[in-house]
Ligand binder design. Sequence first.
Ligand code: CP
Length: 318
Amino acid sequence: MWHRKHLLGIAELSADEIRFVLDTADRFEDIVTRAVKKTPALQGRTVVNMFYEPSTRTNLSFTTAERRLSADILSFSKSGSSAAKGETLVDTARNIEAMGVDIMVLRHQAAGAAKLLADNVRCSVVNAGDGEHEHPTQALLDLYTLRRWLHANRPDFPQEFSDLTVGIVGDIAHSRVARSNIWGLTKLGARVIVVGPATMMPVGIERLGVTVSSDLDDAIKKCDVLNMLRIQLERQNGFCPFPSLREYSRLFGVTRERLARLGKADLPIMHPGPVNRGIELSPELADSAQSLILKQVEYGVAVRMAVLFLVAGAGTNN
Ligand code: CP
């Protein structure tokens, strides 16, 4: 059962709650693959998408999910709103809530922004990425994609995640996607190897139950799937954590040749997007049959429908 009015992070969810979201997403995936991809589940409810940071996938995925649930949708971005005049997040949120909003979906550059909102409004809050903290719906759609891939391709993995080793590669320190994936994967029993240069590895990350490596070749040999991360140049605060993009790409980029040399030519590849083509991932691998990138985007709609449906139900005790 689901009792949470908000979805702020994966850290606070139990393994059963994560599985419940994934099972609910299965039901919505049946709907979004029909000719008529709509259900009245959120008819009469209003959702506002508050995006203080740029987004393509998350913003449009939530909007699509809301439309398929028949919700009324308001959209808000920092530029073009009174946030650009200095209005605080909480003031903006309370004013929007006064218009009769049921769910706020928030993308914000500050870690903790979604929690701040949840503490100051009466409606439900869904975290669509807060600074370097968490991106819970990205992790849920990654877990959902992995579970679908395991069911279709790995009958030798009957325990699902308990049999799985996932490599998360790249800018771990600045990645909310890495943090939410680590919480989710380890709660479901998967082994996680985080790989990247020491300058992109947060101190003490092994306390989250992961293995730390700076040797990508060695990690690839041990992994069943790789989740590649974007280098977040906008979060480096003027400090470049590697000598050159070329060197980073040579040490931590994944190509077809690299996988073939290590005997892992068919290793499935994930990436939350947007991809820096030719840096963390070669273009031919990003576009290959073993790339799950567009499956992640596709399944993201059903996963976000599930999240919106569940928090809306908990928000009204219905
Ligand atoms: N994966 C992801 O969060 O992408 P966007 O920044 O485009 O939303």
